[in-house]
Design a protein around this ligand. Structure first.
Ligand SMILES: Nc1nc2c(ncn2[C@@H]2O[C@H](COP(=O)(O)OP(=O)(O)OP(=O)(O)O)[C@@H](O)[C@H]2O)c(=O)[nH]1
Ligand SMILES: [Zn+2]
Length: 339
């Protein structure tokens, strides 16, 4: 740590006030700051990963009201030792490559940015117990496509129900999927395949209550509970963090290194999707997007739109009716409330 960035001179590297959107490049005053990754957020305190160390930090004043969320890559100054009682300061948030967000909805009145820089959204659904809810899956997929994350359907409890019934609904969308089940000895069949799909990725796992998400996380990250310290010894329940997201290292079983990152989302059960624009959603389906070039201005590409290019492509026999129908189902899922 350099004396220049001691405890008390935070103001000295405050940026000129007129610049509202700072870029990462021209910031010579932060030259001594180190790179870190935000792994948890809890009431204004941030747990960072710095070269494998866990370091507590808070926002420095220059950041103002700018949000810092799980998955953010940040620059920090101050005490970055991670020693007990130490506290570093976050002076900068590096531009995010992706942002997973939710609009305010019935469950949560505030629009939130949930997770930064994730690459994959793993939609965990049980094939039975509880019954799969396709509306909910559709909404999760919309959130993934809108955020630019690759979706992965993870279908659990295949020991209770054949996955085929559910898969027919998603095949024409081309959603990648993976199936797990529980063996007689209670081990999870398919966990190695899941691990392979998570390697090299930063994967957000979401699922409704009881689908087996914790079972998966515990199988993938053997010391997940210890690492997060989020399980209350009395109730066995996780303590709620303000973003309800926790970043965990996915160990590589064949080496000491890390295979990827998992972001568990206890408490995130729904997605408000009011922010999703049809024009943006269709970009996740380049073949369909191409067919909408001649659409009337403002066309949402929904069923009832007059002269929608999707209908014209269907009429010419150039579009797969099931794929168009599935895309339109996703479009409609943006605004349903009974999921
Ligand atoms: N039959 C069967 N049961 C499973 C499987 N995976 C998990 N379970 C059971 O399903 C129940 C719910 O699993 P959890 O991992 O706690 O589910 P969760 O999604 O984390 O649910 P919350 O804790 O409410 O968020 C538990 O009783 C598990 O033992 C599976 O592949 N097959
Ligand atoms: Zn259209």
């Amino acid at each position: 740590m350099s004396g220049r960035y001691g405890e008390h001179d935070v103001e000295h590297y405050e940026r000129p006030r007129r610049r509202t959107r700072p870029r990462t490049k021209d910031r010579p005053t932060y030259a001594d700051a180190v790179d870190a990754l935000v792994v948890t957020v809890d009431r204004g305190r941030f747990t960072l990963d710095i070269e494998g160390r866990r370091v507590m930090a808070m926002k420095a004043r220059p950041l103002g009201r700018k949000g810092v969320i799980v998955g953010d890559r940040v620059r920090v100054v101050g005490d970055v030792s991670g020693a007990d009682g130490s506290l570093a300061r976050i002076v900068e948030v590096v531009e995010r490559s992706t942002v997973l967000r939710r609009t305010a909805d019935d469950d949560d009145p505030v629009e939130r940015v949930l997770v930064a820089n994730a690459t994959q959204l793993v939609v965990v659904t049980a094939l039975a117990d509880p019954e799969p809810r396709t509306r909910w899956i559709d909404r999760a997929l919309v959130a993934a496509y809108d955020a630019g994350l690759t979706p992965l359907l993870c279908l659990t409890k295949a020991d209770l129900e054949d996955p085929e019934t559910l898969l027919v609904t998603y095949r024409s969308l081309g959603v990648p999927w993976i199936v797990t089940s529980r063996d007689a000895d209670r081990s999870i069949v398919g966990i190695d395949a899941v691990r392979e799909r998570l390697a090299g990725q930063t994967s957000v796992l979401i699922g409704q209550s009881g689908v087996g998400k914790s079972t998966l996380v515990n199988a993938l990250v053997p010391d997940a509970r210890r690492e997060t310290g989020h399980v209350n010894a009395v109730t066995g329940q996780g303590r709620h963090t303000s973003t309800s997201a926790i970043m965990l290292e996915l160990p590589d079983p064949d080496s000491d290194s890390r295979a990827g990152w998992i972001i568990d989302t206890p408490g995130i059960r729904s997605f408000g999707l009011a922010h999703v624009q049809p024009e943006h959603l269709i970009e996740a389906f380049p073949d369909l997007d191409e067919m909408t070039e001649e659409c009337p201005r403002g066309c949402t590409h929904a069923d009832a739109e007059p002269e929608c290019g999707l209908d014209e492509a269907l009429a010419r026999g150039e579009a797969d009716p099931e794929r168009v129908a599935s895309f339109r189902r996703l479009l409609a899922a943006r605004s349903v409330t009974d999921y």
